[in-house]
Design a protein around this ligand. Structure first.
Ligand SMILES: C[S@@+](CC[C@H](N)C(=O)[O-])C[C@H]1O[C@@H](n2cnc3c(N)ncnc32)[C@H](O)[C@@H]1O
Length: 270
C-alpha cells in the first residue's frame, strides 16, 4: 500500500529493483513503471514468479535452520519491501528473543519499513537505510550495535542482493569485509540469479534491466562459489534454491532452469 506520506525522492517514473521484485511477488508497493518492467520480465522469463517464490522459501528454510541451530542474531542486507513472513517473523517463531537488523538502500523500503519493526515483545528488530557498497557504514552504525552483539555469532543474510552489485564495487571484498566483522561461528546466507540453467531467458532479462536503467549482474557457479571462499559450506553446498534442504511437504518447487537462482549457506570457521 502506497500511502500519502512517502518521501519525494522515490522517482516513481522509473522502475526500481525493490519495487519490480515486489510486483513480481504479488505485492502492492509499486508504481506503473515498476509494473511495466515486471510484466516485461515475465514475458522474457515466464517462470520468474516460481523463481522469486523459490528464493523467498529458501530464505524461510535457511533462517529456520539457523534459528534451530541456536542462531539468535540476524543481519539481513537488501531486505526488500516487507513481504510476509519477513525474516524476523520466521526466526522469532522459533526463538522469540531473536534480534534482527534489516538494511536496504531503497527509499521505498524505508518508507514501508514499519512491518519490519513489529517483532515479538521478547526480540528486537531495527531498520538501517544504507548501501552495502559502503559496508563500514553498516558495521559502524550505532543502531546496529544497539541490537546486535558482533562478538557473538550472526547470520549474515544477503539474499538476492549481489546481482545488483556490479564488479566495479568489488563485491568479493565487500562480502569479505562483512564476514570479517562478525564472530567466528557466524553464517553467510546468500542467493544469486545465474545464467547457468537458462542462458537465453536470463540474458534477455539482463538486457531488459540494463535498457530500463537498472543494474543486474548475473553470476555463474564459479563466480557465486567465490563468495564463500575460506568458509565452510553446509550441506548440500551450492545448489538451485528449491533444492536447499527442502521440506518434504513444500508444494511449490520448480526445476533448476525455472528457478535459475543459486543458494548457499556457509559457516565462518571457528
Ligand atoms: C531482489 S530484492 C531481494 C529482497 C529480499 N532479500 C528477498 O530475497 O526476498 C533486492 C533488494 O536489494 C536492495 N539493494 C540493491 N542494491 C543495494 C545496495 N547497494 N545496498 C543495499 N540494498 C540494495 C534493493 O533495494 C532490493 O530491496
Amino acid at each position: 500500500m502506497i500511502d500519502d506520506q512517502l518521501p519525494a525522492d522515490l522517482r516513481t517514473d522509473q522502475p526500481h529493483t525493490a519495487r519490480v521484485y515486489d510486483y513480481i511477488l504479488g505485492g502492492t508497493d509499486n508504481y506503473e513503471a515498476d509494473r511495466e518492467a515486471g510484466e516485461a520480465v515475465k514475458t522474457l522469463w515466464p517462470t520468474v514468479t516460481i523463481a522469486t517464490r523459490a528464493n523467498r522459501q529458501f530464505m524461510h528454510r535457511a533462517t529456520r535452520y539457523l534459528a534451530l541451530r541456536g542462531v539468535t542474531q540476524f543481519l539481513d542486507i537488501g531486505s526488500g519491501i516487507p513481504t510476509r513472513p519477513n525474516l524476523h517473523e520466521v526466526a522469532q517463531t522459533i526463538t522469540p528473543e531473536a534480534r534482527v537488523v534489516y538494511v536496504d538502500n531503497d527509499p521505498i523500503v524505508l518508507a514501508q519499513a514499519a512491518p519490519l519493526l513489529a517483532g515479538s515483545p521478547e526480540g528486537r528488530t531495527a531498520y538501517i537505510p544504507a548501501d552495502v557498497t559502503t559496508p563500514r557504514a553498516i558495521l559502524d552504525a550505532p543502531r546496529l550495535h544497539d541490537i546486535l552483539d558482533l562478538s557473538r555469532p550472526v547470520a549474515l543474510s544477503l539474499i538476492g542482493l549481489l546481482p545488483f552489485i556490479s564488479d566495479d564495487h568489488r563485491p568479493y571484498e565487500m562480502v569479505a569485509t562483512l564476514v570479517d566483522a562478525v564472530a567466528p561461528g557466524s553464517y553467510l546466507v546468500m542467493s544469486h540469479i545465474t545464467p547457468d540453467f537458462d542462458p537465453t531467458a536470463i540474458a534477455a532479462v539482463t538486457r531488459l534491466y540494463h535498457d530500463s536503467g537498472l543494474p543486474l549482474r548475473t553470476r555463474d557457479r564459479a563466480e557465486f562459489a567465490r563468495f564463500f571462499e575460506g568458509l565452510e559450506l553446509l550441506e548440500p553446498g551450492i545448489v538451485s534454491a528449491q533444492r536447499w534442504r527442502r521440506d518434504d511437504d513444500e508444494l511449490s518447487v520448480g526445476s533448476d532452469a525455472q528457478v535459475s537462482v543459486y543458494v548457499g549457506v556457509a559457516r565462518a570457521r571457528t
